[in-house]
Design a protein around this ligand. Structure first.
Ligand code: FAD
Length: 293
């Protein structure tokens, strides 16, 4: 299938893009990497009259400020893995990015596009929610560029739905650094390598000076309409499995039954917990992200 006809806009500044989005309203969609939007157009599941290309606004910077990673709107997902400075500064994010689709898609798809697309099966929204991150969004309001920060906890409204207005443009995302003595892991299972996961989890464990776990948090993907953050407390074994079972209420779909998803989430949580705990206990955690083959 070919996409339905649209008018293509190529603004050169953030202000031009925001003004265009304000003028065009619901008739326009932002296009970044196009890795989710173009299939939707080709399948005629979306038919915006206008596409506003945000690839030429100079928003391709990654900066580390006080440990937090700021990722511009057109930073590609591959950069989280391929750039050693970025992967070293945010190894949990790098590990999550390694599970996103295939290299070809990661080379083009953007981090902020994935966050804005709000697919409940996507890894990066779950990581953003787990670390308490946020996006910075701008819009043209009352004759000027208005900017606001939206925490991950307030960003997701449902499958493929955010709380952002149709004319808001995400210009950056911020992933805060993990607390001290905190290990991380991302685990998921898909039918074929690179497919969206049937269930997945991003998880952190924090230990005290003796190496005893004092906190554990997890964010689940493909288990709820939006990324689901669960405070697991310092638990392991049967207690951990019980907490996962109590927190999750997944649904059936063509990919997996609810019961299988629940089982999978518990197994993946235990695996992730063990790896995260080992990393937390290691005095100098290995900064090399573990990327799936
Ligand atoms: P686009 O496709 O350009 O846009 C997606 C949506 O976000 C659109 O609604 C667009 O208007 C909006 N948007 C984009 N950027 C902004 C912005 N700056 N501000 C406001 N709105 C914006 N993803 C996963 O997470 N995990 C997977 O396993 C996975 N597997 C995939 C497998 C295949 C075969 C394909 C084709 C895609 C897969 N994806 C997967 C999706 C991929 O990661 C996309 O690149 C990503 O979801 C969207 O990023 P994008 O830059 O391509 O956004």
């Amino acid at each position: 299938m070919k996409p339905p006809p649209f008018v293509y806009h190529r603004p050169a500044t953030v202000e031009q893009a925001a003004r265009l989005l304000a003028d065009l309203g619901d008739d326009a969609k932002v296009i970044a990497g196009g890795q989710s939007l173009v299939p939707l157009l080709n399948f005629r599941l979306a038919a915006p009259a206008h596409l506003v290309d945000v690839n030429h606004l100079g928003l391709d910077e990654v900066t580390v400020t006080g440990g937090a990673l700021d990722v511009g709107a057109t930073v590609r997902t591959a950069r989280l893995i391929d750039d050693p400075a970025v992967a070293g500064a945010a190894p949990l994010l790098a590990e999550g990015a390694g599970w996103v689709a295939h290299p070809v898609i990661r080379n083009r798809g953007t981090v902020c596009g994935s966050l804005a697309h709000a697919d409940p099966a996507a890894e990066l929204p779950a990581v953003l929610a787990l670390v308490g991150g946020e996006v910075q969004a701008v819009a043209w309001r009352a004759g000027r560029l208005a900017s606001r920060r939206v925490a991950a906890a307030d960003l997701y409204a449902g499958p493929l739905q955010t709380t952002l207005d149709a004319d808001e443009l995400v210009v950056a995302a911020r992933f805060p650094a993990l607390p001290a003595r905190t290990g991380w892991a991302v685990e998921e299972l898909a039918r074929r390598h690179g497919d969206y996961a049937m269930a997945g989890v991003a998880l952190t464990v924090t230990v005290d000076g003796e190496g005893a776990p004092v906190a554990a948090r997890a964010a689940y993907l493909s288990c709820a309409p939006t990324p689901l953050v669960v405070d697991l407390g310092p638990a392991d074994g049967a207690t951990l499995r019980e907490r996962v079972a109590a927190a999750l209420d997944p649904t059936d779909d063509i990919h997996a039954t609810a019961a299988y998803r629940r089982h999978l989430a518990a197994v993946l949580t235990e695996r992730a917990y063990d790896r995260a705990l080992a990393r937390a206990r290691s005095a100098t955690p290995d900064p090399t992200p573990e990327v799936p083959p």
